[in-house]
Design a protein around this ligand. Structure first.
Ligand SMILES: [Fe+2]
Ligand SMILES: [Fe+2]
Length: 220
């Protein structure tokens, strides 16, 4: 098996991530490029360590998280399925069938309408990805456009975000600081309810409860 540092050197993976970043930037989406996947990968590793997954699972989660959005350069709609297939085509020699299966599941499961996953590695990747809400994810510079689009507006209003794992209480908290003068908390819920349900499902798989703390108020 190769590790994250080795996977990151693969020219196909890197180029496809770059093209995905560009394509979504042109569509005025929030950042889905290198910054996003680096952050999600680091966060996935931290969560995996803190919930007690073993070394190999930690590495698989970090790798799956780094590659999770690679399918976006082909299609936004099915980027999770495409990304999983692309990953297998690039790296089929580098992982055992079992390891590959976990990574492929995690890439597919990070973005689905039906929350029917049960693999802990997928759960870690979901938590790491869905919790990436932050001002620096907004790629458009035009203030007028930021205000017009709810995804941009809500991301722009978040000036602090952190995943906190409280082992003693078996809670995984997403802690956010939102500039409520820019966007009311209700707008956050308006677009992120599905994401929060996704996180709750993922936390449950890991034996945890999911909590949401906004501006120091426990909302979930
Ligand atoms: Fe995605
Ligand atoms: Fe993502």
């Amino acid at each position: 098996m190769i590790n994250l540092a080795q996977a990151k050197k693969n020219p196909h993976l890197l180029e496809f991530i770059r093209q995905s970043e560009k394509r979504l930037q042109n569509l005025k989406y929030t950042d889905h490029g290198l910054n996003h996947v680096e952050l999600v990968s680091a966060r996935a590793r931290t969560i995996a360590i803190e919930v007690g997954l073993n070394k190999e699972e930690q590495e698989l989660a970090a790798i799956a998280a780094f590659a999770h959005d690679v399918g976006n350069f082909l299609s936004r709609g099915h980027h999770n399925y495409l990304g999983s297939m692309i990953f297998q085509q690039i790296f089929w020699k580098d992982f055992s069938p079992e390891q590959m299966g976990h990574i492929m599941q995690a890439i597919v499961n990070h973005d689905k309408d039906v929350m029917d996953f049960s693999d802990p590695i997928s759960a870690v990747v979901v938590l790491a990805d869905k919790s990436d809400v932050r001002r620096s994810r907004v790629t458009v510079k035009d203030g007028k456009f930021i205000k017009e689009d709810i995804h941009n507006r809500v991301n722009f209003a978040v000036n602090y975000s952190k995943i906190d794992i409280v082992r003693a209480k078996k809670r995984i908290n997403l802690c956010l600081k939102i500039d409520t003068s820019f966007v009311p908390v209700i707008e956050y819920f308006e677009i992120f309810t599905d994401r929060m349900m996704y996180c709750r499902k993922a936390a449950e798989i890991l034996g945890y409860k999911f909590g949401l703390v906004i501006n120091n108020f426990e909302l979930l």
